[in-house]
Every structure is written in structure tokens, then in C-alpha cells.
Design a protein around this ligand. Structure first.
Ligand SMILES: *Cc1c(COP(=O)(O)O)cnc(C)c1O
Length: 223
């Protein structure tokens, strides 16, 4: 399947999910996750009109960035090692995986301008998942205030790899509730308006539960 066709299908599904939940498609940003695919396929994605691309590893990100530069807005969605921050931080537009204070400190030191970040939350409680525990999110975000180059635009999570839509929905709903609680604090360093949640297999549920940024790899650009 070609990227343009996949995108059309996904946009239709987004439309339906929005109708079901009283939302607007223009409030949802589709991030094409190109981590599995070649430069050629990434070019096809850009040519199809996908403006936001996501990569989860430094090497893959730099390869794509060095090739396409500012033809796309770059989202870093994987674990970022502190010692590698300096190689990528001025090239990425949005970090989806802020998950520890030491990383915030390093980013703060290495950027000249405020960095838009999602704080990654381990909602499902799986050992294998990265992210802050839900009950630690508020104190974590409060402590980020001292890092003037960290700007928390929202929360991010990954749902567990299961087939049970009700459990997936609960994970997304919990993240939305957590976001609401932080947003109502009106922190100037952490407006926390957005929700990065939903991938190829669960983006429609994520939209119904309030996702503003969906990260789609295999069903959009291929795997
Ligand atoms: C790989 C990846 C995705 C995309 O996964 P698909 O299931 O292929 O859509 C989304 N988010 C993160 C953090 C990823 O690592």
C-alpha cells in the first residue's frame, strides 16, 4: 500500500472517531513514525503531505534529519540518553519522552530556546514501559520549573500491547484525567494542553479519549 492511500484511510478513520466524540479533525496532529522505513519511503510520506515525522533512536533520527532538514517537523518519541542530548536536541521540534530529572537538566543545559516536551507517563504500570508513575507526575512537573528551557506542552503514554479495547481505553482515559489535573494548575512552564497517545492499532480509541497527537508507523508508512 502506498503512503498516500494509507493516509487517506487514516484521515477517514480520524473523521469518524471525531464524529463519535464531538471533536474536530484539525485538532489532531498525525505524526508519521518513520523508524522502520527507508529514506525513499520517508520522502513518499513528506510528498503525501505528512508534515510531522517521528523517530525513536538517535541514529535513525539523524539520518533522516540530515537528509530532509526542515522539510518536516521532527518529533523524538524514543528514550533519549542524557549523553546523546547534545547531538540531537537543537534539531528536534518536540520531545515526547521526557521521563526523568537528569534528562531535563541536560536538555536545559544544551538548548538555547525553550524545548517543547511531553512528559512520558507509565499509566499501565508495566515494568517494561518507560515513564513517570502517575502519582509522581505532579511533583515532577513542579520541579521542572527551575529549568527555564523546559516547556511541558502535554503528557504522553504508550498503551500495553493487548487486544482488549476496554483496558486500552482506560489507560488513555487515565492520561487525559492526569493532564486535566495538571492543566488546571496553570503552570506557566507547563501549560500541559496536549495528549500524545495512540499508535497504529489504537489511535481511534485514543482520539475518542482526547488524543491531540497520534503517532502512527506501520499502518501509515509501513513496517
Ligand atoms: C514505534 C512507535 C510508534 C508507532 O508504532 P506503530 O504501532 O507502528 O504505529 C509510536 N510511538 C512510539 C513511542 C513508538 O516507538
Amino acid at each position: 500500500m502506498e503512503v498516500a492511500g494509507n493516509l487517506k484511510t487514516i484521515q477517514e478513520n480520524i473523521g469518524h472517531a471525531c464524529e463519535r466524540s464531538g471533536r474536530k479533525p484539525e485538532d489532531i496532529t498525525v505524526i508519521g513514525v518513520t523508524k522502520y522505513v527507508t529514506i525513499e519511503r520517508t520522502k513518499e510520506a513528506i510528498d503525501s503531505g505528512i508534515e510531522n515525522l517521528g523517530e525513536n533512536r538517535n541514529e535513525g533520527f539523524l539520518e533522516k534529519y540530515n537528509h530532509f532538514g526542515n522539510q518536516a517537523k521532527w518529533h523524538f518519541i524514543g528514550t533519549l540518553q542524557s549523553r546523546k542530548v547534545k547531538d540531537v536536541i537543537d534539531k528536534i521540534n518536540v520531545l515526547h519522552s521526557l521521563d526523568r530529572m537528569s534528562l531535563a537538566k541536560e536538555i536545559n543545559k544544551r538548548t538555547a530556546a525553550p524545548m517543547d516536551c511531553f512528559v512520558q507517563i507509565n499509566v499501565s504500570g508495566e515494568e517494561s514501559k518507560h515513564g513517570i508513575e502517575p502519582e509522581e507526575v505532579l511533583p515532577f512537573i513542579e520541579k521542572l520549573e527551575k529549568y527555564h528551557h523546559i516547556h511541558v506542552i502535554g503528557l504522553m503514554t504508550m498503551a500495553p500491547h493487548i487486544d482488549d479495547p476496554d483496558r486500552i481505553r482506560k489507560v488513555f482515559r487515565s492520561l487525559a484525567e492526569l493532564r486535566d489535573r495538571i492543566k488546571e494548575k496553570k503552570f506557566s512552564h507547563a501549560p500541559c494542553e496536549y495528549l500524545s497517545m495512540g499508535m497504529s492499532n489504537d489511535y481511534e480509541i485514543a482520539i475518542e479519549e482526547g488524543a491531540t497527537h497520534i503517532r502512527i508507523g506501520s499502518k501509515l508508512v509501513g513496517s
